[in-house]
Design a protein around this ligand. Structure first.
Ligand code: ITT
Length: 192
């Protein structure tokens, strides 16, 4: 079975492929004409829907999903949240976003380091039925960058009950506990 995923994020795509080994996963990058729509939503769900609908318009007969995710830090009033990919600027790389996050936290004394990753998947079946799925992972923000696996904020995120960052724990562990893994486990039920 085919699933078209509206993403340009390589890290996300690798996780979808690992967690859904029985599906043939394609992305917009395979289409000659596709420009990613502006993510103008105010929530993860709205942005996931914007991405999914843009790709569904070009692949109307397929299963099509959009995924929006991000990191909410309690001591930063839940920022970067839906702005996670562009926290340090419109074309920011992961390292720049992470550096800005640690800097913003260092500017505040006794900042609350509790945080959570959020993930929302909006998926359309071939007949156009919409399903909305959420996942989350609670944890804390480390004081420095640790580990090399994964992507995004993985090197500064310590999951609840662990002492290492996701980037140190590695992809096998991440794919058991992550916000995306939680959402994809629900998503799998649609294909049973
Ligand atoms: P697409 O919209 O093309 O899917 P994107 O990177 O712009 O790619 P989002 O708008 O959903 O995707 O932003 C997600 C950002 O949140 C991502 O770039 C990371 O900075 C962060 N993020 C999400 N999930 C993460 C994870 O599992 N580990 C680390 N950081 C994550």
């Amino acid at each position: 079975m085919e699933l078209w995923l509206a993403t340009g994020n390589r890290g996300k795509l690798i996780e979808f492929k690992t967690l859904l080994p029985n599906l043939s996963i394609h992305t917009q990058t395979e289409l000659p004409v596709f420009s990613a729509p502006p993510e103008t939503g105010k929530t993860f769900e709205e942005n996931a829907r914007i991405k999914a609908r843009a790709l569904k318009a070009l692949r109307p007969d397929n299963w099509v999903a959009g995924e929006d995710s991000g990191l909410e830090v309690v001591g930063l009033n839940n920022l970067p949240g839906i702005h996670s990919a562009r926290y340090a600027g419109p074309k920011a790389r992961d390292q720049e976003n992470v550096a800005k996050l640690l800097k913003m936290m260092s500017l505040r004394s006794a900042v609350n380091r509790e945080a959570q990753f959020q993930c929302c998947i909006v998926i359309y079946s071939p007949d156009g039925t919409e399903s909305v799925i959420h996942g989350h992972l609670k944890g804390t923000i480390s004081k420095k960058v640790l580990g090399t696996d994964g992507f995004g904020y993985d090197p500064v995120f310590i999951p609840e009950g662990e002492t290492k960052t996701l980037a140190e724990l590695g992809t096998t562990k991440k794919n058991q506990i992550s916000h995306r893994a939680m959402a994809i486990r629900q998503l799998q039920k649609l294909f049973l």
